[in-house]
Design a binder for this molecule. Structure first.
Ligand code: IMP
Ligand code: ZN
Length: 345
């Protein structure tokens, strides 16, 4: 089942001809940038909230219900920072192994099942969370149990590190990723995510290096807002990442490093438009990378708040202006091939 889609992606999708729709549906596509807790279909989250209300005190359940109502009505963000306030309500619903397992299962089904799956291959990412009911290691094992129900050619897991983490927690998360990979579990990479204004990037260098040494792919959310400094961007690029999330505000020096290294850029069109870091599709940095035939992967980021799907994001590429970018089928196919080529797994 595909969650409710609306807004830019839904309008683009509705404008396609049946043959364009078939083209997108049958195109082999990789989803490489999808956050687990940002991708739970709203109908499942509502059911989970309903059950939570029966077992929790009023204050906690009111908070969750308010958060879910906001998501259900369609989130309007004044700026990107509003986005991070959406997660406490979702996190309350995925704080034990049973609910986390359930959430992971429906997210995987959303992307990988059905007559026309959203993608051929999914690299799901999630931040290990310690709660009263599970350790970070249990968190990752629980998510992996569900990911590994699919063949290796269809799904892998990226362990996310949050910019707000302490150095001790970063160390623990990277150790977990390396340990589980060495046990043959399906961890394929590590990610840096979270509030773009938070954290000290200096603490991450050693750990991304260790992850690379262990054969894990490295992807970093980078230059997501104009507030992210050029120094920070260059520091993150010095970790020699394999892929970059967003990379919206790279200066010329950073662009030249990225192009020289052919670092794949994970492009999330609806996410950028809704978080207002990009004004229109015409202004989107995807155009720069297409002009230079630079590797990109088109992805959803968070299907729940951005009310999109991978098919919806591809519709934005193919749809006629002003709803989409009006690319040719050959250009869209090339983009899909670049996404498939950038898989870690
Ligand atoms: P989780 O890692 O499965 O818990 O997914 C939700 C988390 O992903 C959020 O709490 C954020 O830290 C992170 N996240 C989701 N979307 C973005 C984004 O666009 N930029 C930075 N971090 C993000
Ligand atoms: Zn993201």
């Amino acid at each position: 089942m595909v969650g409710q889609i609306s807004g830019f992606a839904a309008l683009a999708l509705a404008s396609l001809s049946p043959s364009q729709l078939t083209f997108i549906h049958t195109l082999p596509k990789a989803e490489l940038h999808a956050h687990l807790n940002g991708s739970i279909p709203i109908s499942d989250l509502q059911q989970m909230a309903h059950e939570y209300t029966r077992t929790s005190d009023k204050a906690a359940s009111d908070l969750v219900q308010a958060g879910i109502a906001k998501l259900q009505n369609g989130v309007v963000l004044d700026e990107i920072y509003d986005f991070f306030n959406l997660f406490p309500a979702i996190y309350a619903l995925t704080s034990n192994p049973i609910s986390l397992r359930r959430a992971t299962k429906v997210v995987l089904e959303q992307f990988l099942d059905g007559m026309y799956p959203q993608c051929t291959y999914l690299e799901l990412r999630s931040t290990p969370r310690e709660t009263e009911e599970m350790s970070r290691l249990e968190y990752v094992r629980t998510v992996l149990d569900e990911v590994e129900r699919y063949p290796k050619a269809r799904a892998g897991l990226i362990v996310s590190l949050d910019r707000r983490m302490s150095v001790e927690v970063v160390r623990e998360c990277v150790e977990i990723a390396i340990q589980l990979k060495s046990e043959g579990r399906r961890v394929v990479g590590v990610d840096l995510c979270g509030d773009p204004q938070a954290g000290d990037m200096g603490i991450f260098a050693d750990y991304f290096f260790q992850a690379k040494q262990a054969g894990l792919g490295v992807t970093l959310h980078i230059a997501e807002t104009p507030v992210n400094s050029a120094e920070e961007t260059l520091e993150l690029l010095s970790y020699a990442p394999n892929r970059l999330g967003h990379a919206t505000f790279l200066n010329d020096e950073a662009k030249s490093i990225v192009r020289q290294n052919k670092t794949c850029i994970e492009i999330c069109l609806s996410s950028n438009l809704l978080c207002k870091t990009v004004t229109t599709l015409d202004d989107h940095h995807i155009r720069y990378y297409l002009q230079h035939d630079h590797p990109i992967a088109v992805c959803t980021d968070d299907t729940l708040p951005f009310r999109t799907s991978l098919v919806g994001e591809y519709a934005l590429l193919l749809a006629a202006r002003p709803l989409g970018m009006e690319l040719s089928e050959a250009e869209v196919q090339r983009i899909a091939e670049m996404g498939m080529a950038a898989r870690f797994g």
